[in-house]
Design a protein around this ligand. Structure first.
Ligand code: NAP
Length: 284
């Protein structure tokens, strides 16, 4: 079997166009455009690229982009005070603080300071809790984007065995909760998991969020499985590679996401979808 490609770039474009149309409709009805504040602390090169893309796409869909760039020396108290101001600003519907933060700032404290109604990353304990309770409001963007990609296959997820590799708060855990909510039987693997290849071979759906280039081998993939590769790793040649050995896995899977052009573009698209939802939720 040769897998069909789950084209994240194309699906992200569709989502973005849908968001832009709804933003335009809201504005035509007399509402203010949704506003997204993206906060960057320090000069991490990768973060600067992500933030630039987020701000550009925000404006592209007709939303207001509020940019806050701070020096790496910004104190934790000053960042928390900046978040308080954004929480109180009615023009701001979504707040995103780009991670990682400099070592002297506690990311948990920062995430918890964001008004849950403006937490468009979906990382606040309130929003994670809503997902746990099968009643999500603002959903973590990357897993939300993976679910939108899985929808593109046209296959029902009900009863499928989904194997998630990785249990981080931003990828693996919320991904497992999303799949559970979609009525999959879910196995979560991590660095202490025994016989990882044997477990992955049971997966009708395999989601890899490990952070190791080409870690998941082709012969771990069951014939006909759907493979979602969340990993973004920089190879020795400087090119981006995923957590899955793409060519080998493609020979066995029914669907597979490429890297780049798979999950990555979906994350930004779902961030915009969340910002629109935050604005709609505030309207009641
Ligand atoms: P992370 O916080 O480092 O988590 C990695 C997870 O992989 C951990 O749960 C870890 O297990 C597990 N793991 C590590 N080695 C393993 C092994 N040998 N066997 C089984 N599991 C193992 O990373 P993350 O933030 O979740 O990110 C994961 C990847 O996704 C990275 O490549 C990142 O760049 C990418 N990412 C992409 C997007 C996107 O938009 N596409 C968004 C976010 C992240 P333990 O918990 O036991 O340590």
């Amino acid at each position: 079997m040769t897998a069909r490609i789950l084209d994240g770039k194309a699906v992200a474009q569709t989502v973005t166009q849908e968001v832009a149309a709804r933003v335009a409709a809201r504005v035509a009805e007399g509402h203010a455009p949704p506003g997204l504040a993206v906060v960057l602390v320090g000069e991490n090169a990768a973060s600067q690229v992500y933030v630039r893309n987020k701000r550009r796409t925000t404006e592209h869909v007709g939303m207001r982009s509020f940019a806050y760039d701070y020096q790496a020396t910004l104190s934790e108290d000053a960042l928390l005070a900046a978040i308080d101001r954004l929480n109180a600003n009615p023009d701001v519907h979504g707040i995103l603080v780009q991670l990682p933060l400099p070592k002297h700032i506690d990311p948990e404290k920062v995430v918890e300071r964001i008004d849950p109604g403006k937490d468009v990353d979906g990382f606040h304990p309130y929003n994670v809790g809503r997902l746990v309770l099968k009643s999500p409001t603002l959903r973590p963007c990357t897993p939300f984007g993976c679910m939108r990609l899985l929808q593109e296959t046209g296959e029902s997820l009900v009863g499928k065995h989904a194997v998630v590799i990785g249990q981080s708060n931003i990828v693996g855990r919320p991904m497992a909760l999303e799949l559970l909510m979609a009525r999959c039987t879910v196995t979560i693997c991590h660095s202490a998991t025994r016989d990882l290849p044997g477990i992955v071979r049971q997966g009708d759906v395999v989601v890899a969020g490990v952070g190791r280039p080409r870690f998941v081998q082709g012969d771990w993939i069951r014939d006909g499985a759907i493979v979602v590769d969340v990993g973004i790793n920089r190879g020795e040649d400087g090119k981006l590679v995923g957590d899955v050995d793409f060519e080998a896995a493609k020979a066995r899977a029914s669907w597979i996401t490429p890297v780049p052009g798979g999950v990555g573009p979906m994350t930004i698209a779902m961030l915009l979808a969340n910002t629109l939802r935050a604005a709609e939720l505030r309207d009641g």
